[in-house]
Design a binder for this molecule. Sequence first.
Ligand code: PLP
Length: 391
Amino acid sequence: MPVLTKTRLLTPGPTDVPADVLLEMAQPIIHHRTKQFQAIFAELSERLQRVFLTSEPVLTIAGSGTTSFEAAQINLVKPGSKTLTIAGGKFGERWQDIYDTYAPTLGITENIKLNVPWGEAVTAAQVEEVLKANPDISVVTLVNSETSTATAADVQAIAAVVSKTDALLIVDGITSVGTLPVKMDEWGIDVLVTGSQKALMLPPGLGFVGLGKRAQARLDEVKPTGYYNLDLRKWLKSWQKNDVPFTPPVSLIRGQRVALEMIENEGLENVWARSAALAKASRAAFTAMGLELISKSPSDSVTGAFYPEGVSDSAIRNGTRDNHSVHIAGGQDGRGASWKGKIFRISNMGYVDAGDILATMHAIETELNAQGQSIKPGTAVAAAGAVFAQG
Ligand SMILES: *Cc1c(COP(=O)(O)O)cnc(C)c1O
């Protein structure tokens, strides 16, 4: 085979960035206290609201997804209350760690951790039980699409349960907004957070926080304690004037406006359908190769499988990268499981199409066979192709 030079970034973040977005980001820097910047920012905010399916503010914050999620967590907890942090993977565990870290500063009396096995989704009934037993919970954190385990939770059902209580629901939509159906206003999600480098087709560096009515009221009710830059009251006040409180990454903001324009031109529901088809094809190909999927409740934004016994993680991932220019991700270790070296994952979100998935399946199959597996050549591509042929 000739050496391929087209790099495909199939890691579930960061993901590939379209050329139109890269070109926009190469524009000269403009000053942010100008009408020109405000017009760009206003358009970005409106597009974000349409992608979040909300008529409430969606703040654009410099930093990674974690920056924005941490901001939501620390701003909204009531002093003297409990928090409920749900985890079934690495990212849910991170939100648990953040409240543990801030508990003394914010006056959290107990950070209740609801853990489910990695690869499984929490149920609304489990959440309801904890809320009933602890009426003094003021914030619940939930990961919609747990990227470390490729698992999706039923946000709609859980939001229905939480919105009947005084607790606010902060949803990690970092690999769901712009790739899975997630309807902020209709489902009653209080806070929805995402980052730029997953489904939104931008390099890393921006985070977005959608703030529902109940969350805005909570910001008025609680005094900021122990943080400054991430005080969402400041961000919200500026946002009302199409502005930001501190110097923003202007180039990323320009690029994000263009990337959202691409998403809206394709149509949000078409983007969801594309991700779903790519994920279905990926699962079919992995299964056809005899691999076991890592999730019992698979997310359509990321697909993962266990390696067969005796196959080396680094050999497969270096092989797909060096021999096929396809970058895939490995597993992570956390409190709930140790998946480093045991699993691999690919992205089905953002700037990815059927050709990328076929190339990825060919690369994985070839490298598995180079590691001693005996998969009939063409199996993975045939299985994925059969899904695409259904249209
Ligand atoms: C990537 C990711 C994060 C972390 O985002 P960063 O931008 O790396 O801080 C959090 N949650 C989920 C579900 C993710 O996929």
